[in-house]
Design a protein. Structure first.
Length: 158
């Protein structure tokens, strides 16, 4: 059996926060606002995985009304998502994440992002894709008001 999932997330850019993407702290004058570390890329990936497994979404699993998740490391949340997926005898085959941001340029950090996700997902590096794109100054990402991310995954039975 195979299952496909898609996830999408958006967070606002604000001063006074770190910019964390796929578990990597990216130097930037602004960071993402959210209840946890606001790692928009990892959040999109978690929603893709949860969707493929029909387990709901991250808001259901890790509600922003629960203080246990205040400032939470999203890679730790991803590990919990993976635990639940494996309980269903499912495992990812591959994942693909696209980060949409006008700035900062993310190319220097992509390899480390892939490594962190691959480790957490227990996948070979060539099964984890992370890409970044701009919107040519269009929309809220292009106006540098926020960052969005999309993710897809393929799950199969163990």
């Amino acid at each position: 059996m195979i299952r496909i999932g898609h996830g999408m997330d958006v967070h606002r850019l604000v001063e006074g926060r770190d910019l964390i993407l796929c578990g990597v702290k990216v130097p930037h004058e602004k960071g993402l606002l959210g209840h946890s570390d606001a790692d928009v890329a990892t959040h999109a990936l978690m929603d893709a995985l949860l969707g493929a497994a029909a387990l709901g979404d991250i808001g259901k699993l890790f509600p922003d009304t629960d203080d246990r998740y205040c400032g939470a490391d999203s890679l730790m949340l991803l590990a919990e998502v993976m635990r639940r997926i494996r309980e269903l005898n499912l495992t990812p085959v591959n994942v693909d994440v696209t980060i949409v941001a006008q700035r900062p340029k993310l190319r220097p950090y992509i390899d480390t992002m892939r490594e962190k996700l691959a480790e957490c997902l227990r996948l070979p590096l060539d099964c984890v894709s992370v890409k970044a794109t701009t919107t040519e100054h269009l929309g809220f990402e292009g106006e540098e008001k926020g960052i969005s991310a999309h993710a897809v995954c393929l799950l199969t039975t163990l």
